[in-house]
Structures are given as C-alpha cells and as structure tokens.
Design a protein around this ligand. Sequence first.
Ligand SMILES: *[C@@H]1O[C@H](CO)[C@@H](O)[C@H](O)[C@H]1NC(C)=O
Ligand SMILES: *[C@@H]1O[C@H](CO)[C@@H](O)[C@H](O)[C@H]1NC(C)=O
Ligand SMILES: *[C@@H]1O[C@H](CO)[C@@H](O)[C@H](O)[C@H]1NC(C)=O
Ligand SMILES: *[C@@H]1O[C@H](CO)[C@@H](O)[C@H](O)[C@H]1NC(C)=O
Ligand SMILES: *[C@@H]1O[C@H](CO)[C@@H](O)[C@H](O)[C@H]1NC(C)=O
Ligand SMILES: *[C@@H]1O[C@H](CO)[C@@H](O)[C@H](O)[C@H]1NC(C)=O
Ligand SMILES: *[C@@H]1O[C@H](CO)[C@@H](O)[C@H](O)[C@H]1NC(C)=O
Ligand SMILES: *[C@@H]1O[C@H](CO)[C@@H](O)[C@H](O)[C@H]1NC(C)=O
Ligand SMILES: *[C@@H]1O[C@H](CO)[C@@H](O)[C@H](O)[C@H]1NC(C)=O
Length: 521
Amino acid sequence: MLSSLPLSLLFSALFQFQKVSASGASYTVSIPPAAPTNAIEVPADFFGFGYETAFLPHFDNAFSENMVNAIGSRMSKPLIIRIGGTSGDLVKVDLEQKEPAICVKGPSCPLSSQDTFTLGKAYFEVFKKFPNASMTIQAPMGDGMEMNNTMAYVRNAWQNLGHDRVAAIALGNEPNYYSWNAEEYVRHALEVESNITKEFNLQGEEARIFELGDIANDAAVSGNKYDITQVFDDHIDQNSQGKFAAEHYYQLNKNLAVYNEANLQQHVMNHTAILEHLASYEKSMQAVHQHHANLSFVLSEVGSVIGGGPTNFSGGFGAAIWAADFHLAAMARGIKRVSNTQRPEASHAFWIPDNSGPKTGRPVVQGIFPAAPFVADFVGKDASLGKVVELGVNGQGLFTAYAMYGLHSEKIERVALVNLQQWDASSKTTRGNKTVTLSVGNGVKSAVIRRLHADQGWSALGYDLGGAQENVTWAGEQWTYAVDQGMGHFPTGSMEQESVAVNGTVKVSVPDTEAVIVFFE
Ligand SMILES: *[C@@H]1O[C@H](CO)[C@@H](O)[C@H](O)[C@H]1NC(C)=O
Ligand SMILES: *[C@@H]1O[C@H](CO)[C@@H](O)[C@H](O)[C@H]1NC(C)=O
Ligand SMILES: *[C@@H]1O[C@H](CO)[C@@H](O)[C@H](O)[C@H]1NC(C)=O
Ligand SMILES: *[C@@H]1O[C@H](CO)[C@@H](O)[C@H](O)[C@H]1NC(C)=O
Ligand SMILES: *[C@@H]1O[C@H](CO)[C@@H](O)[C@H](O)[C@H]1NC(C)=O
Ligand SMILES: *[C@@H]1O[C@H](CO)[C@@H](O)[C@H](O)[C@H]1NC(C)=O
Ligand SMILES: *[C@@H]1O[C@H](CO)[C@@H](O)[C@H](O)[C@H]1NC(C)=O
Ligand SMILES: *[C@@H]1O[C@H](CO)[C@@H](O)[C@H](O)[C@H]1NC(C)=O
Ligand SMILES: *[C@@H]1O[C@H](CO)[C@@H](O)[C@H](O)[C@H]1NC(C)=O
C-alpha cells in the first residue's frame, strides 16, 4: 500500500529515472510512457469550494450557482462545497427569526468569521440550492455550545440538503483552538457523533460520514495545543465512522510587514515554499493512515493568504499560478481534496458573491478564479480521470511539471507545466519564457496546448476588478460578473488552443507567470 510507505522516498525514487536537464531557459523532461508505480489516483471530486458558515446566504444567487457549475460541469462527481469555519461554532439557531442570518456580536459584525450570528429558517433553505453540488456540514461545537443547538443546526441543514447530498459532517472546527485539551475534545466530539448517528438512524456504511480533525493551519508545525495525531491517538475514530480526516492550509499563514512583489514570489509563487509547507501535512497524513489506512486525508479549508495583503497579492493572477501549482503538488502527494474557502470580504476568495464585500461593494470574479477550471481539467472527467506524478524539473522552485496517466490505459494523457517566475507588465521588461522539450515516446501522435493566461502578469485582477487590460483566461475562456454572470465567455469568440504534431518529442514555450496543460491525443 502506498499509504504505508514514506512518500518522500517514493518521490526521490521517481527523480532517479527522470532524465532532466536545465540549461538557461530550457528544460528537457522525459516522461515515462507508462504510469510509474507510484502514480497516485486522483479523485473525481478533488477540487472543491468552501463557504464560511455564517455567510452561506450571501451565496444564494444565480451568479454563485453559475460559478459552481462552471467547475462542477467539468467534473464527473458532484463538486463538494464545505459549509464551515470559525463562525460555524458560534451560530445560534432560531427558527422563528425571519432573516436568514443576523450578526449579534463580535469583533467586526457582520464581516468576520469571528462574529456571532443567529440563523433563521431562511438560512437553512439555502442548503436546497446548488443542486448539482454536495456539501459538508459542520456540527457546531466548542466552548459554550449547547447540544440542542448543535443538533438543531445539523438537523435543519441535513433535512434541506437531503441525505444524498451530505458529503460529510465535521465535528466542530479547529478544535485545537478550543479551551479543551485533545482528550476532552474527543469526548465531546464522540457525543455529538453518537447523537447524530441516533437522530438519523445511521447504520453500516451510511454511518461512516464524519470528517475528523479540521485542525487549524499548520498545527503539525506550530504545535498549536495539539495536532491531528493527538486526536487520533485519543481515539477520535474509535467507532470507525470517519470518512475524511481534515486539516486547514493557508500558503502564507502569518502577517507580513509589507505585501509586495518580492514577498509574493518568496512566500506564495514558490514551489519550494509550497513543498516546505506541505511536508507537515504529509506527516499528518501518514499518522492518520497508521490509524486507518483507508481514511481520505483532505484539506478542508484552503487559501493563499490568511491575513492581509491587497487583492493583487492574495486573489490576483499571481495567486492563480500559486493555486495551479499547489493543487497539483497536493494531489501528487495523495491529498484527496482541496476546499477553497470564501467569505465576501476575503481577498483570497475566488469570487465575491454580492454587494456585501466592503472591498468591492459589488459582485466580482477575482483574478485567481481561472485556476479552478485549470485544476478541474487536469483532474479530468469520466474516462479521462487518471493517476498523477510530479516530474522532476530543476526549476529552482519556480518551474514544475506533472504528468497524468489514464486510470486504465496507463498511458500518458496530459502534462501540466507551471512557470512560477514572476512577471508583470508594470515592470516594462520583456516577458521571459521557458522552452520545455517533452519526450513522450512513440505512442503519441499529436497534442493540444491550453493556457492559463493574463497579458498583465501577476497583478491582473480579472476583468471585473481590473478592466479589459487585466483579463485572466483559461484556454481563452473568461469568467466575469459583468459580462456573463459567471457563465463564462470567450473574449475572442472561441476557445484558444494550439494543435501540435508529436513525433517522440514536443516543444512547449511557457511564458513567465503562466501555466499550460498539454493534452495528448
Ligand atoms: C445543474 O447542471 C446542469 C448540467 O450541467 C445544468 O444544466 C443546470 O443548470 C444545473 N443546475 C443548477 C441549478 O445550476
Ligand atoms: C445527546 O446524547 C446524550 C447521551 O449521549 C443525551 O443525554 C442527550 O439527550 C442527547 N442530546 C440530544 C440533543 O440529542
Ligand atoms: C437550547 O436550550 C436552551 C436552554 O437550555 C434554550 O435557551 C435554547 O433556545 C435552545 N436552543 C435551541 C436551538 O433549541
Ligand atoms: C522560495 O522558498 C524557499 C524556501 O522557503 C526560499 O529558500 C527561496 O529563497 C524562495 N525563493 C524565492 C525566489 O524567493
Ligand atoms: C481498504 O479499502 C480496500 C479497497 O476498497 C478494502 O479492500 C479494505 O478492506 C479496506 N481496509 C480497511 C482497513 O478498511
Ligand atoms: C522566449 O524567449 C526567448 C528569449 O529568451 C525569445 O527569443 C523567444 O521569442 C520567446 N518565445 C516566445 C514564444 O515568447
Ligand atoms: C498591487 O496593489 C497595491 C494596492 O492596491 C498597489 O499599491 C500596487 O501598485 C499593485 N501592484 C501592481 C504591480 O499592480
Ligand atoms: C477582455 O475581456 C473583455 C470582456 O470580454 C473584452 O471585451 C476585451 O476585448 C478583452 N480584452 C483583451 C485585451 O483581450
Ligand atoms: C521529429 O521531427 C523533426 C522535424 O519536424 C525532426 O527533426 C526529428 O528528427 C523528428 N524526430 C523523430 C524522433 O522522428
């Protein structure tokens, strides 16, 4: 079993048979024609979104439905939306209340995830929306939370969602911030698990529905009270009702004095930094698998930047290049899902759903968004689902390559190339590029190349925020609120892709701050 072997060993084994050379601005990458034994099967529902609990009603609109469908329609399983977060442990259910959600207290009512909201019947009606998606629900827990309120939230969410669309139920959120120690948390969590199991009469395989952990970003490193290993050692999965084990991930999880170009390159658009940060999650995943070899390890709350920073830093096209590389690096290490979290005023959000975001005051799609269809298309759909490996490229942490093989054919289907080298039009310099020669063997005759592109470079905010000079596209398609309400459109009138003949090798040029997928035919 893969999960029982140290992944780092498998990766170094892979590097040994990759013939890789880097000279100036060109790389040669030999792609094993058949799937290497360490290639990892990628779940059809790898890509996900997340809405912070109290802000769910803000996403109750056609625009958000369109945004979710834009990605869900590229997937062969329902996209999973995680409804959860810090606010999910503070909410109070009041079915008599007319409004969906009212902020009653908190540090920046009604904007922050640390504010307390009361939820009315109309809040729970929103669980009927997004019929093509599934959702994970969070059972509210933590200091001062009463069991009747926990159960009222889960009951009303479940009834409106319908059993089939409940992807999982999380037992609280970031429990390593509760006043309880790990053992006390586990005791409370198992009581909630037991009450939910009884309430919905869950039996057999149906009872395996809980998401365990939801540990705060980087607990494994920062030792934030306790980490996921501790809750598993304290027998959180003693009833074998765990479906997912989860942790939270922000690429930049501290505040910086300045959010400038150099810091974006150093902390975010940087594969070495991504791998350094992912290493602690690989440890968590191994610890979880020692307890339960089959438990899927997911990142249930993910963002580029947890704290401040302007939108061109956290939610612009530079962040899209980060997201492209991060998702592929995560899937190649056996992580089973990434939920990209959102709240109307978060700068790292993929879209701002309504006019409540104080930074914009209107609905917008952010520059990071086209990373979502890029990742979904790399994962593939139906017969094109596959197994992934990261390919070794000596790109100094600023250039990466990933290969996807057919699940059954074992043949090379797609290669993704990500050029994280920063470039922006405001620099008035010529945009550089890397020329990659992919050596693919004789089984492949032709390929098409599609690009994740912005003329402006890393600071592009997308059409809604930046205007026509800051368009961001995937294969020539753009998603905006202003032009298409999230349906997607082609500014040049049609999809953009380049067809190339392949005779053993194929040459691809990847401009700085761009990512491409080569689809082999
Ligand atoms: C669900 O998906 C189908 C097929 O992609 C689409 O036609 C429909 O509009 C979607 N439904 C909603 C409510 O978004
Ligand atoms: C939860 O379960 C405990 C026993 O484990 C029981 O005393 C309590 O009534 C239950 N509460 C609810 C709201 O179901
Ligand atoms: C839970 O019980 C408390 C009394 O202990 C009550 O004030 C509160 O309204 C109840 N909450 C719900 C959601 O029923
Ligand atoms: C990328 O991150 C690594 C590890 O944190 C760091 O050593 C390196 O300097 C960073 N690269 C750039 C270009 O900032
Ligand atoms: C793990 O999954 C495999 C394949 O689905 C199954 O055969 C095996 O029994 C499972 N093992 C455990 C411990 O659940
Ligand atoms: C790539 O960069 C080289 C200079 O390093 C330049 O000559 C070439 O035209 C560029 N190619 C593309 C496709 O931009
Ligand atoms: C990024 O955004 C900040 C804040 O709006 C701005 O000061 C800076 O000039 C922008 N950088 C670029 C390269 O556009
Ligand atoms: C950017 O997108 C807008 C909206 O589709 C379009 O009108 C405009 O021509 C595009 N600009 C460029 C430079 O492609
Ligand atoms: C592939 O085609 C190029 C020219 O189009 C030629 O130079 C090269 O020798 C060919 N390679 C093989 C392996 O046939």
